[in-house]
Design a protein. Structure first.
Length: 176
């Protein structure tokens, strides 16, 4: 689960090591894609070029509230059109969710970083991917051709870790 039943990430799911890993990855990204409920809420946030997935526009539009944001309706335009509107043609794209956004890119990821906090339980919470909890997040990633690679312990006191799930290079080259 990535949020509680109210679609809010509760404090018990927030760990300093995980936040540091997440923010460092965002600092390296050239573009961030997320849904309307996902936002990283830190001082650098408004400075980052981003695409916000929304049904409020027909296809692609500038966000009048944030000059670094592009609004994108995937039912009205391809991702490449949104990326072009955002002015990002190459580089790293960070997909920070939520579940519908993750699912849109499932067959395009080169790497998906799956953070886990095994001691936290969010009954009735919002799953990270479609099909969870009937299948585990690991099963979903594997079904899309990703394989578990290196893992890092982010908070040893709470067993919080992140695992890089990677697509082999031959498959990645064929998708581009």
């Amino acid at each position: 689960m990535l949020a509680n039943a109210d679609h809010v990430m509760p404090d018990e799911l927030k760990f300093e090591g995980d936040k540091a890993f997440f923010f460092a990855a965002l600092d390296r990204a050239d573009l961030i894609v997320h849904g309307r409920n996902s936002y990283e809420d830190q001082p650098n946030s408004p400075k980052r070029r981003r695409i916000i997935v929304t049904r409020k526009v027909g296809a692609v539009a500038r966000d009048t509230e944030n000059p670094n944001a592009t609004l994108w309706n995937p039912h009205g335009a391809a991702f490449e059109a949104a990326r072009a509107q955002a002015g990002v043609h190459t580089g790293t794209v960070a997909i920070i969710g939520g579940p519908d956004v993750f699912d849109m890119f499932m067959d395009r990821y080169d790497t998906f970083f799956l953070s886990q906090a095994p001691r936290v339980r969010l009954p009735g919470g919002e799953p990270c991917f479609d099909g969870v909890p009937a299948r585990s997040p690991e099963q979903v990633l594997a079904a899309h051709g990703l394989k578990a690679a290196e893992s890092i312990i982010l908070d040893p006191a709470f067993d919080v870790s992140v695992t890089a799930w990677r697509r082999d290079n031959a498959s990645s080259a064929a998708r581009r």
